[in-house]
Design a protein around this ligand. Structure first.
Ligand code: SAH
Length: 215
């Protein structure tokens, strides 16, 4: 099987198992090549439904978890999205594809080396509406707040308050809360406060810095 066949077979499986439910998510997964973001693996490895190491002790989520998050975000063209935890840049590229040329993605990465590498990969695939910023995502990115959607892709003890403050009313945050396992939580901001939904157990690397776990 060549790379395209492997990518198609994976997408087919994600659709049949119900992880991919909507057309925009399916199209984004079809268009963004996962192998452009995972240098350490062979091209075949990029299209197994498994997490992969991306260097600096960090991992890129398994494709089914990426699909779960993309569906849960309820993205629409034109939205402004903040991601905390750029990692390889793959998830940011997918979000960028769905929000389209009128939308925008700011993605924050703690590790300089990963931020640089992700920036190159995003350029290579032509994700021109995605901006990588090196910094502590626990602080969010106030410069461009508020955001329609915020996706934290590392586990935190609770929603960091700066991140909550940077969410639009009617916007939402998707974040893994707690550890071993974490719960994938979708928090929607309303006029009166927040509504929380638990979307199930998941495993993510921990958020670093003052908003992370203290042990
Ligand atoms: N979304 C990524 C995978 C994320 S892995 C992808 O598509 O590849 C989680 C990432 O969060 C790691 O790269 C880790 O370095 C980063 N991270 C951890 N703590 C952080 C923090 N406080 N601010 C920004 N990034 C952080």
């Amino acid at each position: 099987m060549d790379t395209t066949d492997r990518a198609d077979a994976l997408l087919d499986r994600l659709r049949k198992r119900g992880y991919v439910r909507t057309r925009p998510v399916e199209e984004a997964l079809r268009h963004v090549p996962r192998d452009a973001f995972v240098e350490t693996a062979g091209p075949g490895d990029a299209y197994r439904d498994a997490p992969l190491p991306i260097g600096r002790g960090q991992t890129i989520s398994a494709p089914h978890m990426v699909a779960i998050m993309l569906e849960a975000l309820q993205l629409e063209p034109g939205q402004k999205v903040l991601e905390v935890g750029t990692g390889s840049g793959y998830h940011a590229a997918l979000i960028g594809e769905i929000v389209g040329p009128k939308g925008r993605v700011v993605t924050l990465e703690y590790e300089t080396e990963l931020a640089d590498r992700a920036g190159h990969a995003l350029k290579q695939v032509g994700a021109s509406n995605v901006q990588v910023v090196q910094g502590d995502g626990g602080e969010g990115w106030p410069k461009e707040a508020p955001y329609d959607r915020i996706n934290v892709t590392c586990a935190a003890p609770e929603i960091p308050s700066p991140v909550a403050d940077q969410t639009k009313v009617d916007g939402l945050i998707l974040i893994p809360i707690g550890r071993h396992p974490s719960a994938l939580v979708r928090a929607t901001r309303t006029e009166d406060g927040w509504e929380h939904e638990d979307l199930g157990a998941c495993a993510f690397v921990p958020l670093r810095g003052p908003h992370g776990f203290h042990d």
